[in-house]
Design a protein around this ligand. Structure first.
Ligand code: SAM
Length: 277
């Protein structure tokens, strides 16, 4: 029987089915967070079974998020739309952005209501941060959400973020169309930061795909050219798309390790930033 935990105050009334894993809570469990339940920890264990370095994969992804946000903030971006934001964890987008630009506004969007519930604590201390329950599959719902419109001025450049999220959509769903709809709303001077699971033929990549399919029913890997397609034709900021531990948008000429010298856990997550001219 499904156990349900309900939030108490309207208008959100989030209902959590804790008998089934969710992406946000499994990711939290992999990162060592506390906002998860037994089914989520089973999901995390599935990841560990197939890829013992799954925590390093998640940390690698967070490092990519931090590098990307810092790059955009130093380029003057002061409003971020972070879609698929996840549960609050270490070095969240607003912390990285506001260290560089104290007035930066961040809107976190997630379709799992637990993110809103737990994010309230964060909101209490930060006036420039908003959390919205909305779905990437419904970009209009994001773009017309009153809290998004209150926080983001779409006549000024936006730092759009879709980090650690795209692997959860199969290409049959045509997820690039949702990205295009969001980008259409952002003016020139905006950026898109995205990370995704890569498929370059390395066996560890197929293992993480198996883990995702077993625990969540999604979590596919993509050929790098497919990942690039989801930037919808935006030119990529140097060094372009690469494994996150080789990717330094603020130092594109930095000497980086050869792919074959990377730990297998670092041969999964690729990242890039596109620039809307
Ligand atoms: N962006 C964070 C990061 O990279 O560390 C969190 C990544 S976590 C793996 C993916 C997040 O996307 C989860 O919190 C999940 O609830 C959320 N998510 C999944 N499907 C979504 C959708 N269709 N729309 C919005 N958020 C979604």
């Amino acid at each position: 029987e499904a156990a349900v935990v309900s939030g108490e105050d309207p208008p959100y009334k989030p209902e959590f089915d804790i008998s089934r894993p969710t992406i946000a809570r499994v990711y939290d469990a992999i990162l060592g967070g506390k906002d998860n339940f037994a089914a989520d920890r089973d999901g995390a264990a599935s990841y560990m079974k197939f890829v013992p370095g799954s925590r390093e994969v998640a940390l690698d992804n967070r490092a990519g998020l931090e590098k990307g946000v810092a790059y955009m903030a130093r380029k003057g971006i002061d409003q971020f739309l972070d879609v698929g934001a996840g549960l609050p964890t270490m070095r969240n987008t607003h912390q990285v952005a506001q260290e560089i630009n104290p007035d930066a506004t961040v809107v976190y969007v997630d379709n799992d209501p637990i993110v809103l519930a737990h994010g309230r604590a964060l909101l209490a201390t930060n006036k420039s941060t908003t959390i919205v329950t909305a779905d990437l599959r419904d970009p209009e719902g994001i773009l017309t959400h009153p809290d998004v419109l209150k926080a983001i001025d779409f006549t000024r450049p936006v730092g759009l973020m879709i980090v650690g999220l795209f692997m959860h959509f199969h290409d049959d769903e045509r997820p690039g169309e949702w990205v295009q709809a969001l980008l259409d709303a952002c003016p020139s001077g905006s950026y898109l930061l995205m990370t995704d699971f890569a498929d370059t033929g390395d066996p560890v990549q197929k293992e993480i795909e198996k883990a995702g399919l077993e625990s969540l029913g999604n979590g596919w890997v993509r050929k790098p050219e497919k990942i690039e397609e989801h930037f919808c034709g935006l030119p990529l900021v140097p060094p372009g798309l690469d494994f996150v531990s080789r990717w330094f948008p603020e130092e594109p000429d930095k000497e980086v390790p050869a792919v074959e010298d990377l730990d297998p856990s670092l041969r999964i997550m690729m990242g890039a930033i596109g620039y809307k001219e």
